[in-house]
Design a protein around this ligand. Structure first.
Ligand SMILES: [Fe+2]
Ligand SMILES: [Fe+2]
Length: 265
């Protein structure tokens, strides 16, 4: 099977174990290999019994065990979706160096580990994946990004980076409430700094190839894809984001809502 077909199969597979088993068989293509972009499915594969819907708003804090299960359920689906997104990124990267494919296939496999860790926690607590509704906003956002550069902004540098903000805010509180979940989210947080860093490096590479300024491309793409969402609801995780390659001008722009930066000449 050729590389793009193998990637489509991963996206179509229903669960993290099947996706990971398929990923284990995929070899990155040689430098510069190209292919026509195949039709991407409207929805990634999921078990037939899972229901798509809008989760009820969380009214109770993480000290409430059921609220925590529903939160972990949402995290699980984010991790499962993250496999699909990393694979979609590879699919959108004909002509790229082999190293880009190696990097994002490795990210996809790490996301499968994250999904499996959270699935194990949920299953042992009697609330396995599929117990709550799921949504496909991450997938829809990635598709809306249109091209490789747009997805590098939307996924690793916006959504996953925002995951760092959320985790950094949450982890100190979670430590005293649920040490086991705290351990899993800490592992995920540490790996995600690597994913965002990978996104930053390849975004810089893509901008250089296209002759674009990375700051301009980052801010204009984030404004277009996430209108009204800068600044985000959580404080910026500056140490995490700096470790993941965010430049000071990008952090300032994210912190002030992009207003003065986008109006500057
Ligand atoms: Fe992850
Ligand atoms: Fe990630």
């Amino acid at each position: 099977m050729d590389y793009p077909d193998a990637l489509i199969q991963v996206i179509a597979a229903p669960d993290s174990q099947t996706k990971d088993a398929l990923l284990a068989t995929i070899t990155p293509p040689p430098d510069g290999a190209t292919w026509p972009l195949p039709t991407v499915p409207q929805r990634p594969g999921r078990p037939a019994s899972w229901r798509e819907g809008e989760p009820a708003r969380r009214r109770r804090g993480l000290g409430n065990p059921h609220a925590r299960l529903r939160f972990l359920h949402a995290i699980h689906h984010i991790e499962l979706s993250a496999i699909d997104l990393a694979v979609l990124l590879c699919l959108r990267a004909p002509g790229a160096p082999a190293a880009l494919h190696r990097d994002f296939l490795a990210v996809a496999r790490e996301e499968a580990v994250h999904a499996a860790l959270v699935e194990d926690l949920l299953t042992r607590r009697g609330f396995p994946p599929g117990s709550d509704v799921i949504h496909h906003r991450l997938w829809d956002t990635a598709l809306a990004a249109e091209d490789l550069g747009g997805q590098l902004v939307a996924v690793p540098r916006f959504l996953e980076a925002r995951g760092l903000d959320v985790s950094a805010d949450l982890l100190p509180r979670l430590a005293g409430i649920d040490p086991e979940a705290h351990g899993v989210i800490t592992r995920i947080y540490t790996d995600e700094i690597g994913h965002v860093g990978t996104g930053s490096r390849w975004h810089a590479w893509w901008c250089a190839r296209e002759g674009l300024d990375p700051f301009q491309h980052f801010t204009s793409t984030a404004t277009r894809l996430f209108p009204g969402q800068v600044p985000g609801p959580f404080p910026l995780d500056r140490p995490g984001r700096q470790a993941a390659g965010f430049a000071e001008d990008e952090l300032s722009w994210l912190a002030i809502g992009g207003k003065s930066a986008s109006l500057a000449p």
